[in-house]
Design a protein around this ligand. Structure first.
Ligand code: NAD
Length: 423
């Protein structure tokens, strides 16, 4: 079923933020109205409602989405989220950000995102597998290596990607590894993908430190969200000599002014054990974590965490967005006033999509790389993107968010014009 909403429906939450960021970049680029209406809309939106028989014999109907925002630069690409808070507007916003992100780091993808409205913590592994296979079947009409390639996001992981790959392969009658990325290495995944988003954050923080003349070694860091992104970023930053003073999950944060032992906290990641049970540290709230006087604040949980109501409390020197859309436009304006440098999501957390691209290339060629080759190429692509964004910021006297958006949007505009579909 293709969903088409009335034009008058107002955007909510993350989509409002995505629109405000796009409009600001479009204004600075002087985009005409024809191009704006095209780029503000998502190209394809599939809503699916599908039954799953639960372990107790009861049948429940789940709802999910797959949204492709733009395909001008290549096949659609973007994660798949399992969360009770998934909504069509949220998926649209996340799909738009994927379009700009792929363009900022200059990989040949458009943007997409998917989600199922479910709390995976409340389901058994068998139920999650059934749900995943059914959802994959429902969206199989629009995904595939040449069309749209999902990957893990909040609440999903490599195991779930393997089930999706297997389901699509069963339908096609042959193994189609390139249909999803973020798979385990033994079924066509790439070395380095599980760490890629966190590693990309490390490289971006190292570049930021160089640009602003500060050292990563000894720098203090607070990380909101101790999942696939936040936990790995904390681990790699600690190995690089930074002092991680706080990390959090949805229920609260572990805090130690002298620095947490992140290796000891790794069993708590991705909500396997609540951080509230961690010992040898103090416990603070997420709100307290966001207002710690640290060098680097890394929001790596969900959207809208830094907003008009708490932005004035932020005392970090740099904000590096591990999550997608953690900052509202109102908070952005406050950070600009407070002269807090902010490295935007579409650049800072692009390590994941970059290494997903490498995984897809390896799957299509049936030729796999060594881990150091993956990391070295990730470093090259993400540091080049950082330089491109900084050059744009310097040229236009723009904040890094606007500069990254201008770079990404402009590349999509160029592809759209060259394809000749719009003026
Ligand atoms: P995850 O499910 O592995 O981890 C999410 C973490 O955030 C968990 O620790 C959870 O407890 C915590 N969390 C959830 N709600 C919270 C709240 N209200 N306050 C504090 N913490 C909260 O998810 P992930 O894959 O690490 O994704 C995190 C963010 O990074 C998302 O915005 C996602 O879109 C973005 N992202 C992920 C990737 C990737 O490769 N996984 C790539 C780019 C961006």
């Amino acid at each position: 079923m293709v969903v088409s909403e009335p034009q008058s429906q107002p955007a909510t939450g993350a989509l409002q933020t995505a629109f405000a960021q796009f409009d600001s970049a479009a204004d600075r680029l002087g985009l005409d109205d024809n191009m704006r209406v095209v780029l503000r809309k998502c190209k394809r939106e599939l809503a699916v409602h599908f039954p799953v028989q639960m372990d107790d014999g009861v049948t429940r109907v789940f709802s999910g989405y797959r949204v492709q925002h733009n395909l001008a630069r290549g096949p659609a690409k973007g994660g798949l989220r399992y969360s009770p808070d998934v909504s069509l507007d949220e998926v649209r916003a996340l799909a738009m950000w994927m379009t700009w992100k792929s363009a900022v780091v200059n990989i040949p993808y458009g943007g997409a995102k998917g989600g199922v409205i479910v709390n995976p913590k409340l389901l058994s592994e068998r139920e999650i597998e059934k749900l995943t296979r059914r959802y994959a079947t429902e969206i199989s009409i629009i995904i595939g290596p040449n069309q749209d390639i999902p990957a893990p996001d909040m609440g999903t992981d490599g195991r779930i990607m393997a089930w999706i790959m297997d389901t699509i392969s069963m339908h096609r009658g042959y193994t189609e590894a390139g249909t999803v990325t973020g798979k385990p290495v033994s079924v066509g995944g790439t070395l380095g993908r599980a760490e890629a988003t966190g590693r990309g954050l490390l490289y971006i923080i190292q570049e930021t430190a160089k640009r602003y003349g500060v050292a990563v070694e000894g720098a203090t860091v607070a990380v909101q969200g101790f999942g696939k992104v936040g936990a790995i970023a904390a681990q790699l930053l600690q190995r690089a000599g930074a002092r991680i003073v706080a990390v959090s999950d949805s229920a609260g944060a572990a805090y130690n002014e002298r620095g947490l032992d992140i290796e000891a906290l790794m069993p708590f990641r991705e909500d396997r054990i609540p951080l509230a049970q961690a010992q040898g540290c103090d416990h603070i709230t997420n709100a307290e974590l966001l207002s710690l006087p640290v060098d680097f604040l890394v929001p790596a949980a969900i959207e809208g965490q830094l907003h008009a109501g708490n932005a004035n409390d932020v005392r970090a020197r740099f904000i590096v967005e591990g999550a997608n859309g953690p900052t509202t436009p109102e908070a952005d304006a406050i950070f600009a006033e407070k002269r807090i440098a902010l490295i935007p999501d579409i650049l800072a957390n692009a390590g994941g999509v970059i290494v997903s691209y490498f995984e897809w290339v390896q799957d299509l060629q049936f030729y796999f790389w060594e881990e150091d080759e993956v990391n070295e190429r990730l470093h090259r692509v993400i540091t080049r993107a950082f330089s491109d964004v900084v050059a744009m910021a310097d040229q236009h006297n723009a904040r890094l968010r606007d500069a990254a958006m201008m770079l990404g949007v402009n590349r999509v505009v160029e592809a759209t014009r060259l394809r000749g579909i719009y003026p």
